[in-house]
Write a protein that binds this ligand. Structure first.
Ligand SMILES: Cc1cc2nc3c(=O)[nH]c(=O)nc-3n(C[C@H](O)[C@H](O)[C@H](O)COP(=O)(O)O)c2cc1C
Length: 410
């Protein structure tokens, strides 16, 4: 058997061993050098926003209806007018190629095989051309403007030429968040290796020979946004901030013919501004707690945004979703769909493309079971009537989430 087939068979077996997102996280931790694991798992400053995102779901109390006769639940939905088999979209994430040789193309294929979609980050490590031509999968493209609005417009043109129909503009990175785990590894801006950190990183890589050998055997190429050398998006890869004004969004709206999504909104007021600037959908997001610490939990910010713009555009939410029940809570509070970041990254690190598929399958099956236990037959029927409230105490015993706050890597 060729090396690639052997590796693939090992990943399929590895994926079968994952029974929840926490399993995927543990497997990722075992498999990755700590500098890479911390890049994924970490967040800004004291990691409070990450902790809050996760903890918010622990404060949800459902209001089930017994005797409804509901024994199965339909989880198919429509986002931006397109069908999805499961309302879970794979959020844009940078440097995914570092986690597993399958990289962004594997993520796109996994999403497509589960009837959903992935969002390719400007800094994913694979170009739009590569991912769309290699996979033939429907992908959305996420835009940073680290090189200015002209570079952003150039990236839009390339995405459009590749048949991308949905552009996701991330607005919550006017400065880079202070990700102290990365700082301690000596690798900010994003995971740069230089003479100061090379020895320490070399030792880490040495302790994960399988990870290193697989990447080396399949061609280690971390991040290149363009098929051409030094192409648009390189400034984002250099870890530069991406400041967008609402005028910039309006300008992009004028050149982008497809659907435009604004990601990183945390208030009804900003939701309204985004819609005024031409957004077709909003993602309530605090960048997985990687930007402004002390930002609100996204689940708590969702109702305000939904009340302001929910009747006009699709509202999505991400941050802290680790269980199917969390998807139910988000949809009951008005989200059309959710995005996940770390859960699929853990799956990718643990078992490549099959690991990503497995994480989506786990969330889909948990989502279905949770709806049946509630007595709710369909996504369309979810609403606030299924919630008792959001302020019950976070359960303490034997929980995998939330992660420990205060920058702990425990
Ligand atoms: C390792 C990593 C890299 C990320 N890179 C990007 C990015 O390039 N563009 C972006 O808009 N968001 C990025 N995000 C944020 C995600 O899109 C998403 O908002 C966040 O991960 C959701 O929270 P969760 O990880 O708790 O699910 C990244 C998140 C992680 C964990």
């Amino acid at each position: 058997m060729a090396l690639r087939e052997l590796l693939r068979a090992a990943d399929v077996r590895g994926a079968r061993r994952l029974h929840n997102v926490a399993d995927a996280r543990r497997a990722a931790r075992r498999r990755l050098p700590s500098v890479v694991y911390d890049y994924v798992d970490g967040a800004a400053d004291d990691e409070l926003a990450l902790w809050r995102n996760e903890a918010a779901f622990g404060s949800v109390t459902f209001r089930p209806k017994m005797g409804s006769g509901c024994v199965s639940a339909s989880i198919a939905s429509r986002v931006l007018g397109a069908d999805v088999a499961v309302p879970v979209i794979l959020a844009p994430c940078g440097l995914v190629r570092l986690l597993h040789r399958d990289g962004a193309a594997g993520v796109a294929r996994a999403a497509a095989s589960r009837g959903t979609v992935s969002v390719l980050s400007t800094v994913a490590g694979s170009s739009i051309e590569e991912v769309t031509s290699q996979t033939g999968a429907r992908v959305w493209f996420q835009l940073y403007a680290s090189g200015g609005i002209r570079e952003a417009e150039m990236l839009c043109r390339r995405a459009s030429e590749c048949g991308v129909e949905v552009l996701v503009v991330t607005v919550d990175i006017p400065a880079l968040g202070n990700r102290e785990r990365d700082v301690r590894h000596g690798v900010t801006p994003p995971l740069r290796v230089d003479s100061h950190n090379a020895v320490a990183l070399g030792v880490q890589v040495f302790t994960k020979p399988r990870w290193a050998a697989e990447l080396a055997a399949t061609g280690l190429r971390l991040a290149r946004p363009s098929a051409r050398s030094s192409g648009p998006g390189d400034s984002a890869l250099q870890g530069r901030a991406s400041p967008f004004s609402w005028d910039d969004i309006a300008r992009l709206r004028a050149v982008w013919a497809g659907a435009l999504v604004v990601k990183g909104v945390l208030s009804g007021e900003d939701g309204a501004r985004a819609v005024d600037a031409g957004a077709d959908a909003i993602v309530v997001s605090n960048h997985g707690g990687r930007q402004l610490d002390n930002a609100p939990a996204t689940l708590h910010a969702l109702p305000d945004v939904g009340a302001e713009v929910g009747g006009k555009v699709d509202v999505l939410v991400d941050g802290g979703i680790r269980r199917g029940a969390h998807v139910v809570a988000a949809l009951a509070l008005g989200a059309r769909a959710v995005m996940i970041g770390r859960p699929y990254l853990y799956g990718l690190a643990a078992a490549g493309e099959p690991g990503v598929e497995r994480v989506v399958d786990i969330l889909a099956s948990e989502l279905r079971r949770c709806m049946v236990l509630l007595g709710c037959p369909s996504i369309e029927d979810l609403g606030p009537q299924w919630l008792e409230g959001l302020d019950a105490p976070v359960p303490g015993a034997r929980r995998a989430w939330p992660s420990a706050p205060h920058g702990s890597t425990a």
